[in-house]
Write a protein that binds this ligand. Sequence first.
Ligand SMILES: [Zn+2]
Length: 349
Amino acid sequence: MLINRRAVLAAMAASLARPTGLRAADMMPIADMHAHLFFIGPNPAARQPLRRNMASGGATLVSWSLVGDMPWIRRSATGLKQNGAPKRGAATAWFREELERIHRHLAEQKLKVVRTPVDIERALSGEPHVVLSVEGATFLDDGLAGLEAAYDGGVRHLQLVHYARNTIGDFQTEAPAHGGLTAFGRDVIREANRLGILIDLAHGTKPTVEQALEISRSPVVWSHSSIARGEPNWRMPAWRARQISAEEARAIAAKGGVVGLWALPSDVGSTIESYANRLLQMAQLLGDDHVAFGTDLNAIANSPIKNYTDLRRVVTHLEARGVEQSRLRKISIGNYARVLSAAMVAGKA
Ligand SMILES: [Zn+2]
């Protein structure tokens, strides 16, 4: 696509001229399939109050991802690695406490949690909502019943694997141990389908993705990373190991799913424009119905997207480049809303 420089400048001027405090309902709403807010360091609400952050960019459907294996991973020179393993019951206990903290924070912030397709409709019409998600279902090592408990606790989006080995399946950054999903991992997918929880395959190995696509009755997402030129494998540098092959991304799209683009500067570049370029490339490869934002907010150093004001700049930039509103709306919010709703409708919701 050709960039019309005059249109870019006009749009930039228009965005600068916008009054502050613009209501979210006046802007095209934004969704983010993968964001974090960690309860470490100074009070996160004081550092970056989520409601104000979301409102600043018109983000109305944000997946807040609870890192399910956080106590059992550590940062190393070659990326995040497993550090110990939870004793029986510990992962569930930790998960429950974190989920409670998230609920308390959202109540303080007066932010609503998505529980039904009606809530998704509200988010689409500009009312801010948070989707509770889990990154790495370590808590399920204590049994499948934990999934219904998580559902009752508001969880609607489940990423199966992360950096700690679990009983579900293989992940991208270590040598595979199961050849994809375990028998239990297959049961987890069936149970998530039954409950109406969206499955997220991010961090999963290729066999994990392929097997999950065979089993799942509902479309799935790959919430965050980017499309690789070749075949990623666990021996590569961490961020390259974490990419998804074009073949897997197409398979997810073919089943109605969505792939999210993270804002990792070593991968997508350090500017709003470079992020936007990658997003359009992804849309070209997978189709406009299968691409979304998956920023990994607050988990990436020197990210070009540090808050939802930055993500709004991506949308404004794409508008200025002449991307039609209908296309942009799909990428910006429609696609995530669609798959999340589909998972709920196919389940018991
Ligand atoms: Zn991740």
